[in-house]
Design a protein around this ligand. Structure first.
Ligand SMILES: *[C@@H]1O[C@H](CO)[C@@H](O)[C@H](O)[C@H]1NC(C)=O
Ligand SMILES: *[C@@H]1O[C@H](CO)[C@@H](O)[C@H](O)[C@H]1NC(C)=O
Ligand SMILES: [Zn+2]
Length: 372
Protein backbone atom coordinates (compact mmCIF):
# COMPACT_ATOMS: atom_id res chain seq x y z
CA UNK A 1 0.00 0.00 0.00
CA UNK A 2 1.50 3.32 -1.01
CA UNK A 3 0.63 6.70 0.36
CA UNK A 4 1.32 10.01 -1.26
CA UNK A 5 1.70 12.60 1.41
CA UNK A 6 2.77 15.89 -0.02
CA UNK A 7 6.02 17.22 1.34
CA UNK A 8 4.34 20.47 2.36
CA UNK A 9 2.29 18.52 4.85
CA UNK A 10 5.28 17.27 6.70
CA UNK A 11 5.89 20.13 9.10
CA UNK A 12 2.16 20.56 9.74
CA UNK A 13 1.88 16.89 10.52
CA UNK A 14 4.67 17.04 13.02
CA UNK A 15 3.48 20.19 14.67
CA UNK A 16 -0.06 18.94 15.10
CA UNK A 17 0.80 15.62 16.47
CA UNK A 18 3.92 16.43 18.36
CA UNK A 19 3.50 19.99 19.47
CA UNK A 20 3.80 19.24 23.16
CA UNK A 21 6.51 16.57 23.04
CA UNK A 22 8.60 18.80 20.83
CA UNK A 23 8.26 21.86 23.00
CA UNK A 24 9.44 19.90 26.02
CA UNK A 25 12.70 19.01 24.38
CA UNK A 26 13.14 22.32 22.65
CA UNK A 27 11.99 25.63 24.01
CA UNK A 28 12.96 27.55 20.95
CA UNK A 29 10.84 26.00 18.25
CA UNK A 30 9.02 29.25 17.50
CA UNK A 31 11.10 30.98 14.95
CA UNK A 32 11.36 34.44 13.62
CA UNK A 33 9.80 33.88 10.24
CA UNK A 34 10.40 36.96 8.20
CA UNK A 35 9.99 35.22 4.86
CA UNK A 36 6.67 34.16 3.52
CA UNK A 37 5.94 30.57 2.60
CA UNK A 38 8.13 29.45 5.44
CA UNK A 39 11.85 29.44 5.55
CA UNK A 40 14.18 26.50 5.47
CA UNK A 41 15.82 27.72 8.67
CA UNK A 42 12.45 28.16 10.32
CA UNK A 43 11.93 24.48 10.73
CA UNK A 44 10.85 22.65 13.87
CA UNK A 45 12.55 19.55 12.53
CA UNK A 46 16.02 21.01 12.43
CA UNK A 47 16.43 21.15 16.18
CA UNK A 48 15.07 17.71 17.02
CA UNK A 49 15.92 14.16 16.07
CA UNK A 50 16.11 13.85 12.30
CA UNK A 51 14.44 10.42 12.48
CA UNK A 52 10.95 10.15 13.92
CA UNK A 53 8.41 7.36 14.04
CA UNK A 54 4.79 8.26 14.73
CA UNK A 55 3.40 4.98 15.93
CA UNK A 56 -0.04 3.37 15.97
CA UNK A 57 -2.20 6.30 14.94
CA UNK A 58 -5.06 6.31 12.45
CA UNK A 59 -3.55 7.94 9.37
CA UNK A 60 -6.12 9.97 7.48
CA UNK A 61 -5.62 11.07 3.90
CA UNK A 62 -8.02 12.50 1.33
CA UNK A 63 -8.78 9.08 -0.13
CA UNK A 64 -8.30 6.68 2.74
CA UNK A 65 -7.70 6.10 6.43
CA UNK A 66 -5.97 3.23 8.18
CA UNK A 67 -4.05 2.42 11.34
CA UNK A 68 -0.41 2.82 10.37
CA UNK A 69 2.97 4.15 11.44
CA UNK A 70 4.56 7.17 9.82
CA UNK A 71 8.32 7.18 9.50
CA UNK A 72 10.10 10.50 8.89
CA UNK A 73 13.75 11.07 8.03
CA UNK A 74 15.31 14.52 7.72
CA UNK A 75 11.98 16.21 7.23
CA UNK A 76 10.61 13.81 4.64
CA UNK A 77 7.97 11.13 5.11
CA UNK A 78 9.71 7.96 4.04
CA UNK A 79 7.08 5.35 4.81
CA UNK A 80 3.47 5.05 5.90
CA UNK A 81 2.55 1.47 6.72
CA UNK A 82 1.58 -0.70 9.69
CA UNK A 83 4.20 -1.94 12.15
CA UNK A 84 7.34 -0.23 10.96
CA UNK A 85 10.36 -1.59 12.87
CA UNK A 86 13.06 0.88 13.87
CA UNK A 87 16.21 0.93 16.00
CA UNK A 88 16.70 2.57 19.42
CA UNK A 89 18.18 5.81 18.09
CA UNK A 90 14.86 6.94 16.70
CA UNK A 91 12.42 9.22 18.45
CA UNK A 92 9.10 7.41 18.74
CA UNK A 93 5.84 9.28 19.28
CA UNK A 94 2.92 7.14 20.41
CA UNK A 95 -0.21 8.14 18.51
CA UNK A 96 -2.40 5.23 19.61
CA UNK A 97 -6.02 6.28 19.62
CA UNK A 98 -5.26 9.51 17.76
CA UNK A 99 -5.75 10.66 14.21
CA UNK A 100 -2.61 11.51 12.26
CA UNK A 101 -3.46 13.84 9.44
CA UNK A 102 -2.03 16.57 7.27
CA UNK A 103 -2.29 19.97 8.92
CA UNK A 104 -5.13 22.17 7.72
CA UNK A 105 -4.45 25.19 5.55
CA UNK A 106 -6.71 28.16 6.18
CA UNK A 107 -6.59 30.26 3.00
CA UNK A 108 -8.39 33.31 4.40
CA UNK A 109 -7.35 35.05 7.61
CA UNK A 110 -7.03 38.62 8.86
CA UNK A 111 -4.53 38.65 11.71
CA UNK A 112 -3.66 42.03 13.22
CA UNK A 113 -5.75 43.77 10.58
CA UNK A 114 -6.57 47.42 11.06
CA UNK A 115 -10.07 48.26 9.87
CA UNK A 116 -12.47 51.14 10.54
CA UNK A 117 -10.55 52.42 13.56
CA UNK A 118 -10.08 49.05 15.23
CA UNK A 119 -7.78 46.08 14.91
CA UNK A 120 -8.49 42.35 14.84
CA UNK A 121 -7.78 40.94 18.26
CA UNK A 122 -5.55 38.06 17.16
CA UNK A 123 -2.08 38.84 15.88
CA UNK A 124 0.35 36.60 14.03
CA UNK A 125 1.35 34.86 17.25
CA UNK A 126 -1.91 34.43 19.16
CA UNK A 127 -3.93 33.58 16.04
CA UNK A 128 -1.37 31.06 14.90
CA UNK A 129 -1.06 29.50 18.36
CA UNK A 130 -4.84 28.96 18.37
CA UNK A 131 -4.70 27.57 14.84
CA UNK A 132 -1.96 25.10 15.74
CA UNK A 133 -3.90 23.91 18.77
CA UNK A 134 -6.80 23.15 16.43
CA UNK A 135 -4.75 21.40 13.76
CA UNK A 136 -4.45 24.22 11.22
CA UNK A 137 -0.78 24.53 10.45
CA UNK A 138 -0.62 27.01 7.59
CA UNK A 139 -2.66 30.06 6.68
CA UNK A 140 -2.82 32.72 4.03
CA UNK A 141 -3.44 36.24 5.31
CA UNK A 142 -4.52 39.32 3.36
CA UNK A 143 -2.01 42.14 3.14
CA UNK A 144 -3.93 45.41 3.34
CA UNK A 145 -2.23 48.22 1.39
CA UNK A 146 -1.29 51.40 3.22
CA UNK A 147 -3.03 54.40 1.58
CA UNK A 148 -3.37 52.31 -1.56
CA UNK A 149 0.33 51.44 -1.68
CA UNK A 150 0.97 47.72 -2.10
CA UNK A 151 4.66 47.89 -1.22
CA UNK A 152 4.01 49.86 1.99
CA UNK A 153 1.31 47.32 2.89
CA UNK A 154 3.69 44.48 2.19
CA UNK A 155 6.38 45.98 4.45
CA UNK A 156 3.82 46.48 7.24
CA UNK A 157 2.72 42.83 7.06
CA UNK A 158 6.26 41.51 6.98
CA UNK A 159 6.69 43.40 10.26
CA UNK A 160 3.43 42.05 11.77
CA UNK A 161 4.38 38.52 10.72
CA UNK A 162 7.66 38.61 12.63
CA UNK A 163 5.68 37.16 15.54
CA UNK A 164 4.85 34.06 13.51
CA UNK A 165 5.15 30.53 14.84
CA UNK A 166 3.89 28.60 11.81
CA UNK A 167 3.89 28.63 8.03
CA UNK A 168 1.96 31.36 6.31
CA UNK A 169 1.56 33.06 2.97
CA UNK A 170 0.03 36.30 1.74
CA UNK A 171 -2.77 37.29 -0.57
CA UNK A 172 -3.14 41.00 -1.17
CA UNK A 173 -6.23 43.18 -1.05
CA UNK A 174 -6.53 45.90 -3.67
CA UNK A 175 -8.12 48.90 -1.98
CA UNK A 176 -7.81 51.47 -4.72
CA UNK A 177 -6.84 51.33 -8.35
CA UNK A 178 -4.50 53.46 -10.44
CA UNK A 179 -1.45 52.97 -12.66
CA UNK A 180 0.92 52.76 -9.66
CA UNK A 181 -1.12 49.95 -8.10
CA UNK A 182 -1.13 48.10 -11.41
CA UNK A 183 2.68 48.34 -11.61
CA UNK A 184 3.08 47.30 -7.99
CA UNK A 185 0.99 44.17 -8.59
CA UNK A 186 3.68 43.05 -10.99
CA UNK A 187 6.38 43.61 -8.36
CA UNK A 188 4.36 41.62 -5.81
CA UNK A 189 4.00 38.67 -8.19
CA UNK A 190 7.54 38.69 -9.56
CA UNK A 191 9.51 39.64 -6.44
CA UNK A 192 7.40 38.96 -3.35
CA UNK A 193 5.69 35.69 -4.18
CA UNK A 194 2.17 37.07 -3.85
CA UNK A 195 -0.04 35.81 -6.65
CA UNK A 196 -3.62 36.33 -5.53
CA UNK A 197 -5.37 39.69 -5.30
CA UNK A 198 -8.72 40.46 -3.71
CA UNK A 199 -11.06 43.08 -5.13
CA UNK A 200 -13.99 44.49 -3.17
CA UNK A 201 -17.34 44.99 -4.87
CA UNK A 202 -18.63 46.21 -1.48
CA UNK A 203 -17.52 49.01 0.90
CA UNK A 204 -18.61 51.96 -1.23
CA UNK A 205 -16.51 55.02 -0.59
CA UNK A 206 -13.53 53.05 0.75
CA UNK A 207 -12.37 49.77 -0.81
CA UNK A 208 -15.01 49.32 -3.51
CA UNK A 209 -14.00 49.08 -7.16
CA UNK A 210 -16.55 49.72 -9.91
CA UNK A 211 -16.94 47.45 -12.94
CA UNK A 212 -14.46 49.40 -15.03
CA UNK A 213 -11.75 49.05 -12.38
CA UNK A 214 -12.68 45.44 -11.66
CA UNK A 215 -12.09 44.65 -15.32
CA UNK A 216 -8.72 46.43 -15.20
CA UNK A 217 -7.84 44.29 -12.20
CA UNK A 218 -9.02 41.08 -13.86
CA UNK A 219 -6.99 41.89 -16.98
CA UNK A 220 -3.92 42.60 -14.87
CA UNK A 221 -4.31 39.31 -12.98
CA UNK A 222 -4.68 37.48 -16.26
CA UNK A 223 -1.53 39.05 -17.70
CA UNK A 224 0.45 38.19 -14.55
CA UNK A 225 -0.97 34.69 -14.19
CA UNK A 226 -2.33 35.74 -10.79
CA UNK A 227 -5.63 34.72 -9.25
CA UNK A 228 -8.36 37.34 -8.90
CA UNK A 229 -10.49 37.09 -5.76
CA UNK A 230 -13.67 39.03 -5.06
CA UNK A 231 -15.67 40.08 -2.03
CA UNK A 232 -19.00 39.88 -3.82
CA UNK A 233 -21.72 42.19 -2.53
CA UNK A 234 -23.16 45.11 -4.50
CA UNK A 235 -21.70 48.08 -2.61
CA UNK A 236 -24.00 50.69 -4.18
CA UNK A 237 -27.08 48.69 -3.24
CA UNK A 238 -25.71 47.96 0.27
CA UNK A 239 -25.34 51.73 0.71
CA UNK A 240 -28.98 52.12 -0.32
CA UNK A 241 -29.96 49.37 2.13
CA UNK A 242 -28.07 51.11 4.93
CA UNK A 243 -29.90 54.38 4.28
CA UNK A 244 -33.19 52.47 4.38
CA UNK A 245 -32.36 50.92 7.76
CA UNK A 246 -31.36 54.27 9.25
CA UNK A 247 -34.61 55.84 7.99
CA UNK A 248 -36.53 52.99 9.63
CA UNK A 249 -34.56 53.42 12.85
CA UNK A 250 -33.21 49.84 12.70
CA UNK A 251 -29.67 50.43 13.88
CA UNK A 252 -28.88 47.24 15.86
CA UNK A 253 -26.88 44.24 14.58
CA UNK A 254 -30.00 42.91 12.82
CA UNK A 255 -30.01 46.06 10.67
CA UNK A 256 -26.60 45.02 9.32
CA UNK A 257 -28.05 41.82 7.85
CA UNK A 258 -31.26 43.49 6.67
CA UNK A 259 -29.31 46.18 4.82
CA UNK A 260 -27.38 43.66 2.69
CA UNK A 261 -29.68 40.72 1.84
CA UNK A 262 -28.68 37.60 -0.17
CA UNK A 263 -29.93 39.08 -3.43
CA UNK A 264 -27.08 41.62 -3.34
CA UNK A 265 -24.53 38.85 -2.81
CA UNK A 266 -26.07 36.87 -5.67
CA UNK A 267 -25.98 39.90 -7.96
CA UNK A 268 -22.33 40.75 -7.29
CA UNK A 269 -21.26 37.11 -7.53
CA UNK A 270 -23.01 36.73 -10.89
CA UNK A 271 -21.51 39.98 -12.17
CA UNK A 272 -17.98 39.08 -11.10
CA UNK A 273 -18.30 35.61 -12.62
CA UNK A 274 -19.54 37.02 -15.92
CA UNK A 275 -16.84 39.70 -16.08
CA UNK A 276 -14.19 37.08 -15.31
CA UNK A 277 -15.64 35.00 -18.13
CA UNK A 278 -15.56 38.05 -20.42
CA UNK A 279 -11.89 38.69 -19.55
CA UNK A 280 -11.29 34.91 -19.59
CA UNK A 281 -9.49 34.56 -16.28
CA UNK A 282 -10.15 32.33 -13.22
CA UNK A 283 -12.08 33.74 -10.27
CA UNK A 284 -12.11 32.95 -6.55
CA UNK A 285 -15.19 34.13 -4.64
CA UNK A 286 -14.36 34.62 -0.96
CA UNK A 287 -16.78 33.91 1.90
CA UNK A 288 -19.84 32.62 0.08
CA UNK A 289 -22.68 33.08 2.56
CA UNK A 290 -25.90 32.54 0.60
CA UNK A 291 -27.72 30.12 -1.67
CA UNK A 292 -27.98 32.99 -4.16
CA UNK A 293 -24.19 33.25 -4.56
CA UNK A 294 -23.61 29.50 -4.35
CA UNK A 295 -26.04 28.82 -7.20
CA UNK A 296 -24.24 31.29 -9.45
CA UNK A 297 -20.96 29.51 -8.73
CA UNK A 298 -22.55 26.10 -9.33
CA UNK A 299 -23.93 27.23 -12.70
CA UNK A 300 -20.59 28.68 -13.82
CA UNK A 301 -18.65 25.59 -12.77
CA UNK A 302 -21.13 23.35 -14.58
CA UNK A 303 -20.53 25.33 -17.75
CA UNK A 304 -16.79 24.75 -17.38
CA UNK A 305 -15.74 28.16 -16.07
CA UNK A 306 -12.86 28.20 -13.60
CA UNK A 307 -14.58 29.57 -10.48
CA UNK A 308 -13.83 28.63 -6.89
CA UNK A 309 -16.28 29.40 -4.06
CA UNK A 310 -15.16 29.55 -0.46
CA UNK A 311 -17.61 28.89 2.40
CA UNK A 312 -17.03 30.03 5.99
CA UNK A 313 -17.63 27.94 9.10
CA UNK A 314 -20.00 30.56 10.55
CA UNK A 315 -21.99 30.57 7.30
CA UNK A 316 -22.35 26.80 7.38
CA UNK A 317 -23.38 26.47 11.03
CA UNK A 318 -25.18 29.61 12.17
CA UNK A 319 -28.39 31.37 11.22
CA UNK A 320 -29.40 35.00 11.56
CA UNK A 321 -31.34 34.46 14.80
CA UNK A 322 -28.16 35.39 16.69
CA UNK A 323 -28.35 38.91 15.20
CA UNK A 324 -31.76 39.43 16.80
CA UNK A 325 -30.60 38.59 20.30
CA UNK A 326 -31.72 41.36 22.68
CA UNK A 327 -28.24 41.44 24.23
CA UNK A 328 -26.43 43.91 21.98
CA UNK A 329 -22.95 42.69 22.90
CA UNK A 330 -23.90 39.10 22.13
CA UNK A 331 -25.54 39.95 18.80
CA UNK A 332 -22.78 42.35 17.75
CA UNK A 333 -20.24 39.52 17.88
CA UNK A 334 -21.95 37.91 14.90
CA UNK A 335 -21.75 40.90 12.58
CA UNK A 336 -19.76 40.07 9.46
CA UNK A 337 -19.97 40.85 5.75
CA UNK A 338 -21.61 39.23 3.91
CA UNK A 339 -23.85 38.64 6.92
CA UNK A 340 -24.98 35.39 8.51
CA UNK A 341 -28.13 34.39 6.63
CA UNK A 342 -31.52 32.98 7.56
CA UNK A 343 -31.78 29.28 8.44
CA UNK A 344 -31.63 27.19 5.25
CA UNK A 345 -28.68 28.92 3.64
CA UNK A 346 -26.22 27.16 5.93
CA UNK A 347 -27.53 23.66 5.21
CA UNK A 348 -27.53 24.37 1.46
CA UNK A 349 -23.92 25.58 1.68
CA UNK A 350 -22.97 22.45 3.63
CA UNK A 351 -24.46 20.30 0.86
CA UNK A 352 -22.60 22.34 -1.76
CA UNK A 353 -19.33 21.85 0.13
CA UNK A 354 -19.96 18.10 0.41
CA UNK A 355 -20.73 17.91 -3.32
CA UNK A 356 -17.62 19.86 -4.32
CA UNK A 357 -19.54 22.88 -5.63
CA UNK A 358 -17.72 24.92 -2.97
CA UNK A 359 -14.09 24.07 -2.28
CA UNK A 360 -12.22 25.74 0.52
CA UNK A 361 -13.29 26.08 4.09
CA UNK A 362 -12.19 29.02 6.16
CA UNK A 363 -12.61 30.35 9.64
CA UNK A 364 -11.91 34.10 9.26
CA UNK A 365 -10.72 34.58 12.83
CA UNK A 366 -11.24 38.28 12.62
CA UNK A 367 -14.67 38.92 13.98
CA UNK A 368 -13.59 40.32 17.31
CA UNK A 369 -12.17 43.78 17.03
CA UNK A 370 -10.53 45.90 19.64
CA UNK A 371 -9.56 49.52 19.64
CA UNK A 372 -5.88 49.93 18.75
C1 LIG B 1 -1.87 56.08 -7.06
O1 LIG B 1 -2.30 56.23 -5.71
C2 LIG B 1 -1.24 56.34 -4.77
C3 LIG B 1 -1.81 56.34 -3.37
O2 LIG B 1 -2.85 57.26 -3.24
C4 LIG B 1 -0.39 57.57 -5.06
O3 LIG B 1 0.68 57.64 -4.16
C5 LIG B 1 0.13 57.46 -6.49
O4 LIG B 1 0.85 58.63 -6.83
C6 LIG B 1 -1.02 57.26 -7.47
N1 LIG B 1 -0.49 57.04 -8.81
C7 LIG B 1 -0.98 57.62 -9.91
C8 LIG B 1 -0.32 57.25 -11.20
O5 LIG B 1 -1.91 58.39 -9.87
C1 LIG C 1 -31.08 28.97 14.30
O1 LIG C 1 -30.02 28.98 15.25
C2 LIG C 1 -30.43 28.78 16.60
C3 LIG C 1 -29.22 28.87 17.50
O2 LIG C 1 -28.44 29.97 17.23
C4 LIG C 1 -31.09 27.44 16.75
O3 LIG C 1 -31.56 27.29 18.07
C5 LIG C 1 -32.25 27.33 15.77
O4 LIG C 1 -32.77 26.00 15.83
C6 LIG C 1 -31.79 27.62 14.36
N1 LIG C 1 -32.95 27.64 13.47
C7 LIG C 1 -33.14 26.76 12.51
C8 LIG C 1 -34.44 26.85 11.77
O5 LIG C 1 -32.31 25.92 12.20
ZN1 LIG D 1 -11.65 38.52 4.36
Amino acid sequence: MEFFLRAQFLIPLISVLALFPLSESNNNQFCDATNIYGDSECNVMSSVSSKILIKGGTVVNAHHKEVADVYIEDGTIVAVQPNIKVGDDIKVIDATGKFVMPGGIDPHTHLAMEFMGSETIDDFFSGQAAALAGGTTMHIDFVIPVDGSLSAGYEAYVEKAKRSCMDYGFHMAITKWNETVSEEMEIMVKEKGINSFKFFLAYKGSFMVNDELLMEGLKKCKSLGALAMVHAENGDAVFEGQKRMIELGITGPEGHALSRPPVLEGEATARAIRLASFVNTPLYVVHVMSIDAMEEIARARKSGQRVVGEPVVSGLLLNDSVLWDPDFHFAARYVMSPPIRAAGHGTALQAALAAGVLQELITVPSTQLRKP
